[in-house]
Design a protein around this ligand. Structure first.
Ligand SMILES: [Mn+2]
Length: 439
């Protein structure tokens, strides 16, 4: 007896469903099923339709499978996937005894006749199926099946987002230092010897692409978005990218770092006032500045808080406050139920020893009425002890995860022979998991 084959069973059960669609079902539902089965515009970029995968990953095995587990034409007895009877409303379209595939996360049977108002829910259910079902031969490592932008909109409109994922996925980004290349022009600040290979605007563009490809709920930037001398051209590219991200329904939250702050008063005639640019982004809504009051991330259950470098936010830069701050200045606004994340851009423990850290994180958290599930930090340009495996993740003495992602451009010695990266985080009340994406 042959092993169970998820790909064959999914392919057949969806093909059965596709053939049953009545003329009055919503055309987008039809297109979504066609895209998954045979290819089409709702298939995620880089994904292969089930038909093509059948050919590549199950060559020759389907014929025998449908003999053993079906009527010779189609599989009728399913063991690798969950199937169920159609919804009551769909029975008139489905032959007696036939079964349909069940969405693996939410456990709902796929609908047949889908109205315009139901199509977002139907797409959300279809998006739960694996991009590469188990088959005779392995896949290529693709893990998104349907167009992530469309799925995200569908999940938002159905409110399935948190329910389906049970978690919030954010892209954690730091120290993009837009305009870093200008240091060779303005001679302000040290540069790496491989400065010719640094392209801060291309890195920023790549980050937005990753966020959209991954279909994250939000991007969180922990400061030094801008270098201290940033030019009009790169700011213009970054503004376009923030607009593209916003149009994809993905908000970007930020705090600012000392280089953002210094871009307020650049020295070079070719540089722009970076703080004024950041204020414009906030005014347009393409950027949201975090504060010590909770910001619900993408309108969901995760609340984000942030303290900019020196406890000096975008609008406060012009006040020329000192960069040093005291724990007694901080009071956090009360959180809603669900996980909470704190963003910082100062040198803190436990990455640093208490003797050379500006902020003792244990003390900050001990004084807080808000309980944080994790702390995201910018500012450091290299992992501790240059250890890329362990040097970017820490815990406070009470076990709160403290995570860094490092700079998104290769601007420290540690990145001589390495790609910079951003970190996708999956955050829920039960914990945080991290996956790196190279820039
Ligand atoms: Mn920095």
């Amino acid at each position: 007896m042959r092993a169970k084959n998820e790909l064959i069973e999914l392919y057949d059960s969806l093909a059965i469903l596709y053939a049953l669609l009545p003329g009055e079902t919503d055309p987008e539902w039809k297109l979504a099923l066609k895209s998954v089965l045979y290819g089409g515009e709702l298939l995620a970029e880089g994904a292969s339709c089930y038909g093509e995968q059948q050919n590549k990953r199950n060559r020759g095995t389907r014929k025998e499978y449908v003999q053993q587990h079906g009527n010779g034409e189609r599989v009728t007895e399913f063991s690798a996937i969950t199937v169920a009877k159609p919804r009551a409303a769909d029975r008139e379209y489905v032959p007696p005894g036939a079964v349909l595939p069940v969405a693996p996360v939410s456990g709902e049977v796929l609908p047949v006749k889908v109205s315009k108002s139901e199509v977002d829910r139907a797409l959300s259910l279809l998006a739960e199926f694996p991009a590469e079902p188990a088959a005779d031969r392995p896949g290529e490592g693709v893990d998104v099946l349907l167009d992530p932008v469309r799925v995200r909109k569908a999940r938002q409109s159905t409110g399935l987002e948190d329910a389906v994922d049970g978690e919030v996925r954010v892209l954690f980004v730091s120290d993009t230092h837009l305009g870093y290349e200008n240091r060779t022009v303005t001679e302000s600040g040290k540069t790496v010897p491989w400065i010719d290979e640094v392209d801060s605007a291309a890195a920023f563009t790549r980050i937005v692409e990753i966020a959209i490809e991954r279909g994250v709920h939000a991007v969180i930037h922990t400061g030094d978005m801008l270098d201290h001398e940033v030019d009009r051209g790169r700011l213009s590219i970054a503004a376009d990218e923030l607009r593209r991200l916003s149009d994809a329904g993905i908000p970007m939250y930020c705090i600012i770092g000392s280089h953002d702050r210094n871009s307020y008063a650049p020295q070079d005639s070719g540089s722009m006032n970076g703080i004024a640019w950041l204020q414009r982004q906030v005014a347009k809504g393409t950027l949201v500045e975090l504060s010590t009051n909770p910001t619900p991330v993408a309108g969901g259950s995760l609340d984000a808080y942030g303290i900019s470098a020196g406890n000096t936010g975008i609008d406060e830069v012009a006040m020329f406050k000192s960069l040093a701050w005291d724990l007694s200045e901080i009071g956090f606004g009360l959180a809603s139920p669900g996980p909470n994340v704190l963003c910082l851009h100062d040198s803190i423990t436990p990455f640093r020893n208490p003797s050379n850290a500006e902020i003792d994180l244990d003390q900050l958290l001990a004084r807080s009425d808000v309980s944080f599930d994790c702390v995201l930090v910018g500012d450091e340009h290299s992992p501790k002890d240059n250890d890329f495996e362990n040097g970017y993740s820490f815990e406070t003495t009470t076990g709160t995860p403290v995570l860094y992602t490092g700079p998104s451009v290769r601007i420290s010695k540690a990145y001589r022979d390495r790609d910079a990266f951003v970190t996708e985080l999956s955050i829920s009340s039960t914990g945080v998991t991290a996956t790196r994406h190279a820039i």
